[in-house]
Design a protein. Structure first.
Lengths: 290, 218
């Protein structure tokens, strides 16, 4: 056990993230019982914010557009009830990635992006429906340029169906973002066919990636498609695709956590998905390195 | 043992660049903070963003993204990773803005804390992956700490930050810069600077106090 004085001496190192996990936990236990220490931590973080300002460097302009596009599709957490005010990010630990970075093999670069998330749930707000047709037109051009006419026709019918479904349910926002990714001229694109003739196309951008499928086999009602990124020996779930018999109708997903050069794979899994693939992927595509 | 005294550790090392008297009076309860309006702007924008105000969030981005990106880039030394961290942190800020409480710290501190933590975690995971069997002391950055500090100093944009860092003792300055701008742990700093672990902890603490007094509030 740490002696309290020893732990207290670590406060500055803690604020600077210059401690290991065990020390961090010890300091946080100490902080829970020491109000003055919490004040010190807050004050030190203000000082460090000024040190950060000392090395301020504007990110590239395109980052703002990418971010704001993601922001438009990202619902905010509900405000905490007053009683939960202790759950403050500034005293709490800042939200941290939980991806198993330390498992990255062979010097592969682990992903700094958040834990791979399931496909985004369309925002219930969906305020931008009026812009959909314009974006679809852009998508058509990009797809037509990048894929054979036949491939475009296949994806277009699936996209059109998704668009009608989204419009009917007032949930066009996620589809809109997906189409934005597809239309991004900087997107790296890869396309491939499964053994049964299904078509899968992936568009990879730094702000997110889109996966389009059409003609995949329908599945039993208790099975789903699941998307994976493979980087070295690290396999991460990108979320679920369509499930059951209707999966053959073509579907699209917006995913995050794919880097250029990753392999993108699709496998059939029990409904609800698996932590790691339990069947051989029906298709694996290596995305172009940037 | 590394149990150490927390007080009166200033002045053991040679004083480099003695700093002049700080013109600002401040104390824990000081309210006359220079630059308050600037801090309040970011805070107010974040609070408006918590209400779903996209325009406010875009303005907040303009105000804070350079700081978030700057510290991520300093620690990660990789533009691609720094941009990822910047985007992740700001998206997280949007998502969790509803939990932000200005009583508990400025928006800038909240965001740069997040950015620093993420960048440091990322660097350590890279080290864990590539240096699993290599002693920490063998890290390539280690023999080069003077160069590391020089390089950070050349990137310091802000005259006041430069001046206040210059007002620290050499060990204070090296320790705080290696921790904050390079993400080293106190053990690594102890190895790099060849000073006892307890000394590192104390110098980090002294450095933060002196920087606080020199920099003042926003």
């Amino acid at each position: 056990m740490d002696e309290p004085a020893d732990t207290h001496a670590l406060l500055a190192a803690y604020v600077l993230n210059a401690v290991d996990d065990a020390e961090r936990a010890a300091v946080e236990r100490h902080l829970a019982a020491c109000e003055d220490c919490r004040d010190d931590v807050r004050e030190a973080r203000e000082t460090l914010a000024q040190l950060a300002h000392g090395v301020a460097a504007p990110p590239p302009a395109e980052l703002k557009e990418q971010l704001l596009r993601r922001v438009r599709e990202t619902p905010q957490d509900a405000a905490p009830p007053a009683a939960a005010a202790a759950d403050q990010p500034s005293d709490d630990e800042a939200p941290v990635d939980e991806a198993p970075d330390d498992e990255a093999p062979d010097g592969e670069v682990p992903d700094g992006a958040p834990t791979p998330t399931p496909p985004r749930v369309p925002s219930p707000r969906g305020p931008q429906e009026a812009r959909v047709p314009w974006i679809v037109a852009v998508v058509a051009v990009v797809l037509a340029a990048g894929l054979g006419g036949l491939a475009w026709t296949e994806h277009r019918s699936a996209l059109d169906a998704s668009r009608r479904a989204a419009a009917a349910s007032g949930e066009s926002a996620a589809l809109l973002e997906l189409q934005g990714v597809v239309a991004d001229p900087a997107a790296a694109r890869v396309s491939g066919r499964t053994g049964s003739g299904g078509l899968v196309t992936a568009f990879v951008t730094t702000g997110g990636s889109a996966v389009l499928t059409s003609g995949l086999p329908g599945l039993p009602t208790d099975r789903t498609y699941q998307l994976w990124s493979v980087r070295g020996a690290q396999i991460s779930s990108l979320g679920l695709g369509a499930s059951g018999p209707t999966a053959s109708g073509g579907w699209q997903r917006l995913v995050s956590g794919v880097r250029p050069g990753d392999v993108l794979a699709i496998s059939v899994e029990p409904v609800g998905g698996s932590r790691q693939p339990t069947t051989t992927p029906i298709l694996a595509l290596r995305t172009p390195a940037s | 043992m590394d149990t150490i005294r927390l007080s009166a550790t200033d002045g053991k090392e040679s004083q480099v660049n003695g700093h002049g008297p700080d013109p600002r009076e401040r104390g824990p309860g000081s309210t006359a903070r220079p630059g308050t309006a600037r801090r309040d702007t970011a805070d107010a924008l974040l609070e408006r963003a918590a209400d779903g105000d996209h325009e406010a969030f875009a303005s907040l981005y303009d105000l804070v993204a350079p700081d978030v990106h700057g510290i991520a880039r300093a620690v990660l030394r990789d533009d691609h990773h720094a941009q990822d961290v910047t985007q992740d942190v700001l998206l997280e800020a949007w998502r969790t803005a509803t939990r932000y409480d200005p009583e508990r710290g400025s928006a800038r501190a909240w965001l740069t804390t997040m950015a620093h933590r993420r960048a440091v975690d990322h660097v350590r995971s890279l080290q864990a992956a590539s240096n699993r069997d290599v002693a920490v002391g063998a890290r390539s950055v280690v023999p080069d700490h003077d160069a590391v500090i020089d390089e950070v100093e050349t990137h310091l944009q802000h005259e006041q930050v430069r001046r206040c860092l210059g007002g620290l003792t050499e060990i204070q300055r090296s320790a705080v810069m290696l921790a904050f701008y390079r993400g080293l742990t106190h053990r690594e700093i102890s190895d790099v600077l060849a000073v006892r672990l307890g000394t590192v902890k104390a110098r980090l603490r002294d450095a933060l106090i002196r920087l606080r007094d020199c920099l003042g509030a926003w």
